[in-house]
Design a protein around this ligand. Structure first.
Ligand code: BGC
Length: 416
């Protein structure tokens, strides 16, 4: 039976279990896909594997961004009992590869020509020292707004094209008694919003300097202060019960017509689809005003831990299933993401999927594609967590904007 473990319970369980519960023909999969839309997407993979004779042992650890899942993973590996496959993001894959913990998938990758179909921005994370160590499932991007079409029509709101019109739209919704911005007060969600707010203020050069190159002038400068000020403006548009709310419950507020907008990665689309809604009809998607033309991306990949014998065979079956073009379509139309292969038609994708695929290709071609700070693709997990702490403390009123920018410089220095 599928159960969602709290981090603490899962960690305790993990240290207690010294032998795997997976049999030779099973894959045990650690992941954080626990919302309705995410679970629906995961069942596409589970069914694919079951058709090929592989069973599924589920190891879900709730918590967007995956920090909690990574804590549980560490406990499992320390206990000498790694799961067969682990959902993982960007720099975390590189960290585990550096420790020598991941399997080498080169034979399969060569046989299936992964290097010609996976974009180089993703290969940078799926390979380590020229060896394939993970199979990319998708490409998500974080700089999206999800909007309730009915509220927009009722209030005469057009798709905002500037930060000012975005704020004006939210003010109109607030005045009409709606929640203007659906938000869940968790550090990773605040960081997700900050990805696009910072991009909107400073553009690609600033985003890269601050979050990827960790340049102190960018981290602590005037544009960062302005980004924090914009977060304060957004804070004025969330409802009073935002604290601790899960992201999918915030999405449900837009789905149910309680809230006008949510700023969230395109996994949110999976929730609309799971609720039977259609892109361009009940809901709309557009890039966070100011961040148009850029894409801040993250890619879910399955990293395979070193295991013996037939378990290794099951890993290869899973990696092969994940990389198949049919799977990449079936999974990603449900998940809200776009394929991790460049050779796939957008025909079966909805309006937001088509837009996402086109914008990803354009951003990659024009040098405007950047790894998401909030989702492990701009820097190492320790730097990412240091940024989370400052961003969330500021959102919750602990610092003013100028102090937050100064704290960001210090926190990053300490985490380096
Ligand atoms: C993952 C998505 C997931 C989201 C929320 C992100 O870090 O890449 O696959 O849906 O977190 O859980």
């Amino acid at each position: 039976m599928r159960s969602i473990l709290s981090v603490k319970a899962a960690a305790v369980l993990a240290t207690c279990i010294s032998t795997s519960t997976a049999s030779a023909q099973d894959v045990e999969v650690l992941h954080w896909w626990t919302s309705g839309g995410e679970a629906a997407a995961l069942s596409v993979l589970r069914e694919d594997l079951s058709e090929s004779g592989y069973g599924w042992v589920d190891m879900p650890v709730a918590g967007g961004g995956g920090s909690d899942a990574m804590t549980v993973l560490r406990a499992r590996v320390t206990a000498g009992n790694p799961p067969t496959a682990v959902q993982m993001l960007g720099f975390a894959i590189q960290d585990w590869a550096k420790e020598g913990a991941l399997s080498n998938l080169n034979d399969l990758a060569n046989e299936q020509n992964w290097s010609t179909v996976v974009p180089s921005a993703l290969q940078a994370f799926s390979t380590y020292s020229a060896n394939w160590v993970a199979a990319p499932v998708n490409v998500h991007s974080t700089n999206w707004v999800w909007a309730n079409s009915k509220i927009m029509a009722e209030l005469g709101i057009e798709q905002p094209t500037s930060w000012e019109s975005f704020i004006a739209a939210m003010q109109a919704a607030k005045d009409a008694g709606y929640t203007a911005l659906a938000h869940g007060g968790q550090a990773w969600q605040e960081a997700t919003v900050f990805d696009s707010v910072a991009m909107g203020v400073g553009g690609p050069a600033f985003y890269k300097a601050a979050f990827i190159d960790l340049d102190s002038d960018a981290l602590g400068g005037a544009q960062m202060v302005e980004a924090f000020e914009r977060m304060e403006t957004l804070r004025g548009f969330v409802d009073e019960n935002f604290s601790g709310r899960d992201w999918n419950l915030a999405t449900a507020m837009v789905i149910n017509g309680e809230a006008l907008f949510q700023i969230m990665g395109d996994w949110a689309k999976g929730e609309f689809v799971n609720a039977g809604q259609t892109a361009g009809e009940e809901f709309k998607c557009f890039r966070v005003p100011g961040s148009d033309g850029t894409v801040t991306f993250n890619s879910d990949q399955f990293a395979m831990f070193k295991v013996e014998g037939s378990a290794a065979e099951a890993q290869l079956a899973m990696a092969s299933a994940v990389m198949s073009p049919e799977f990449q379509v079936a999974f990603n139309i449900v998940k809200g993401s776009v394929p991790a292969r460049t050779d796939i038609s957008d025909e079966e994708f909805d309006a937001c999927g088509k837009l996402g695929m086109a914008q990803l290709a354009q951003a990659a071609a024009s040098g405007n594609l950047f790894g998401s700070m909030a989702h492990g693709h701009a820097n190492t997990p320790s730097i990412q967590n240091a940024m989370y702490d400052v961003i969330t403390a500021h959102f919750n009123g602990e610092y003013d904007a100028a102090t937050a920018a100064a704290e960001l410089v210090t926190a990053v220095e300490l985490a380096k």
